[in-house]
Design a protein around this ligand. Structure first.
Ligand code: AGP
Length: 607
């Protein structure tokens, strides 16, 4: 999604804006620009392409000023080109705006503004905002912005500057995240914390419909009625290196190698005296007695974690679970009541489809428990209970370590519910807890086997289509393995239930078709061996992922990636690391932009 940075202080803001936008590149974009206040008016430099193109333009034009806004655009309305890139300027050139989100009533507003004599140069919804602020501007920028946002429908995170004042600029948000960075004699706005982390660790997290007025000596925040609100300072305790590559070639491989640590960080603080202790969530045994169904709602990788969650919660806690794609859930008028618990999963905590699904669930009386990685994010703030995944900032667009920690969180929740409902005894609980404690070491072993995975990738990166098959938890796991490959290597792939192949899709298997087969479930192992034989008989090349103890299958497959002999119940948290590595090495072999795949954004804050 789009990246926003803003600055007011005593320094030349151009390098600060550029540096901030670079820290937001991971969000995905196709054009960029800045607008700077200076005595000659507003200086705008913007263009299609990567930040390096913008930097070239800036080196030619050398904009200088102590107040400015910057933007990286992920195109929604209007193709990626110079004119459609942000900042957008009002008719007189007095107002510059950067925007993340979608204005759903922009056409109606555009018609109104054209009748008022405004002319449009771009195909974007954002340009409407620039002209509308000017239309409302009578010398008070804050009031003009308040009047403007009262007419907007849809989502926005805004930075607004005026050529009339170098003393202040304005920011506002609704449904798209925006933070205010609090410096010493300087202040910032950003769509995400990494953009300003090297300048300040103290931030305000703007709530929906709040407006911030930034001056270099202070920041005031107002609600949309214009009443000042008192904001709590949120102190960011990440270390800056967490948002840096630290010597790895890509953020993605760095984040895969962080998996042992972040799985440990997510699990260990929640196991005390061999019991699951989830201080973060307040769901009592009595609450659980009143829950007759759980919905798990998410998008993309988080949705695939939810599919695994269904298996483990039903198996351990005996509560029926339904898993929904957030973008479908909110439009299918789901049958929900106060006897349902809705578990929302989101790495960023800002995915708009998931946020709106949360609101749909709450509007129908359900309690919401969310599993989120970004502290203080919109989804976290709107949930009744939050279980944070301590994965740290995940910069690569393709989610890896967050998925592993989402699974860990789901296991913790399932065990907590099972212990409270008495559906497992103390010995079973102890066995599961030992399995969880063994995970970091097991993942380390998979990482130490990466050369074998890299070698197999080197021989198959020209594949046109790859099948991921498995049964039960292995099928759920295959969904995520398939998505990982698709989104970073651009190789088509499909996850298929092993038992379903013979009902049609096996027709696609021919000489040389690559099949990745997950075989970590003891109870389904022999059935899956049959599936391997079915596809091998039709010419497939099979890479199996299974525990050490099943190494004997290397005489029926072409490659075995082994994982330690972990309990099948927790195997997905370990086996997925092998699949992530496979996808990574396939993408690297193909020379793809691993951290910033084409067309993708890290947090999809538009529908
Ligand atoms: C992950 O690899 C994908 N880039 C994407 O599917 C992501 O999982 C999805 O957009 C949900 O994001 P969230 O977890 O931040 O809500």
């Amino acid at each position: 999604m789009c990246g926003i940075v803003g600055y007011i202080g005593d320094k030349n803001c151009t390098p600060i804006l550029l540096n901030g936008l670079k820290k937001l590149e991971y969000r995905g974009y196709d054009s960029a620009g800045i607008a700077i206040y200076n005595t000659h008016g507003l200086k705008v430099v913007k263009c299609k392409g990567r930040l390096s193109c913008l930097e070239d333009r800036i080196n030619e034009e050398k904009p200088y000023g102590c107040l400015g806004i910057g933007h990286t655009r992920w195109a929604t309305h209007g193709e990626p080109n110079d004119v459609n890139s942000h900042p957008h300027i009002s008719k007189s050139g007095n107002i510059a705006v950067v925007h993340n989100g979608i204005i759903e009533n922009y056409l109606k507003l555009k018609e109104f503004l054209i009748l008022q004599g405004y002319e449009f140069v771009s195909d974007t919804d954002t340009e409407v905002i620039a002209h509308l602020v000017e239309y409302h501007y009578k010398g008070d920028l804050v009031q003009a912005v308040i009047n403007t946002i009262s007419e907007l429908e849809g989502s926005y995170a805004l930075g607004v500057i005026s050529r009339d004042s170098n003393e202040e600029f304005v920011a506002a948000r609704k449904d798209s995240p925006l933070i205010v960075g609090l410096g010493d004699g300087e202040n910032f706005i950003a769509s995400d914390i990494p953009a300003i982390l090297e300048y300040t660790r103290d931030v305000y997290i703007l709530e929906d419909r709040e407006i911030a007025v930034l001056r270099k000596d202070g920041v005031k925040v107002f609600n949309h009625f214009g009443t000042e609100v008192k904001k709590e300072v949120f102190h960011v305790n990440w270390d800056v290196s967490a948002a840096e590559k630290s010597g790895y070639e890509h953020f993605m491989i760095k984040e895969i190698f962080e998996e042992p640590k972040v799985v440990r960080d997510t699990i260990n603080p929640r196991i005390k005296d061999n019991s699951i202790v989830l201080d973060d969530i307040h769901i009592s045994p009595q609450d659980l007695e009143n829950i007759d169904k759980i919905f798990i709602v998410a998008c993309g990788t988080a949705y695939h974690a939810g599919i695994v969650g269904k298996y483990i919660i039903e198996k351990l806690a005996g509560i029926p679970v339904e898993v929904d794609l957030a973008s479908e859930f909110r439009y299918r008028d789901p049958i929900i009541n106060d006897r349902n618990l809705v578990i929302i999963i989101s790495q960023s905590g800002e995915t708009i489809d998931t946020l709106f699904a949360l609101r749909e669930a709450k509007s129908k009386g359900a309690k919401v428990l969310s599993i989120v990685n970004v502290v203080g994010s919109s989804i976290a703030r709107e949930s009744d209970n939050v279980l944070y995944t301590w994965a740290g900032p995940e910069i690569a667009v393709a989610s890896t370590k967050a998925y592993n920690t989402q699974l860990a969180a789901l296991y913790l929740i399932a065990l907590d519910f099972a212990a409270k409902k008495g559906t497992i005894d103390a010995q079973a609980l102890d066995r599961h807890i030992q399995s969880l404690r063994a995970l970091p070491e097991a993942i380390e072993k998979v990482l130490s086997n990466r050369e074998n995975i890299q070698k197999f990738a080197a021989g198959h990166y020209n594949a046109r289509s790859i099948f991921y098959i498995g049964r039960g938890l292995d099928y759920a796991l295959s969904m995520e393995g398939s998505l990982k490959l698709k989104e970073i290597s651009y190789i088509h792939s499909e996850a298929y239930a092993g038992g379903e192949l013979k009902h049609g899709t096996i027709a696609l298997i021919e000489d040389g078709t690559l099949v990745v087969c997950s075989m970590t479930q003891d109870s389904l192992f022999e059935k899956t061996v049959s599936n391997v034989k079915e596809v091998k008989a039709r010419g497939a090349v099979v890479m199996a992922i299974t525990q050490e103890k099943n190494k004997r299958i290397d005489d029926i497959v072409d490659m075995v990636i082994t994982i330690p002999d972990v309990d099948p119940f927790v195997a997905p948290i370990v086996a997925i690391t092998a699949m992530q590595l496979f996808a990574y090495y396939m993408a690297v072999q193909k020379g793809c932009d691993v951290d910033k795949p084409r067309n993708l954004a890290k947090s999809v804050t538009v529908e």
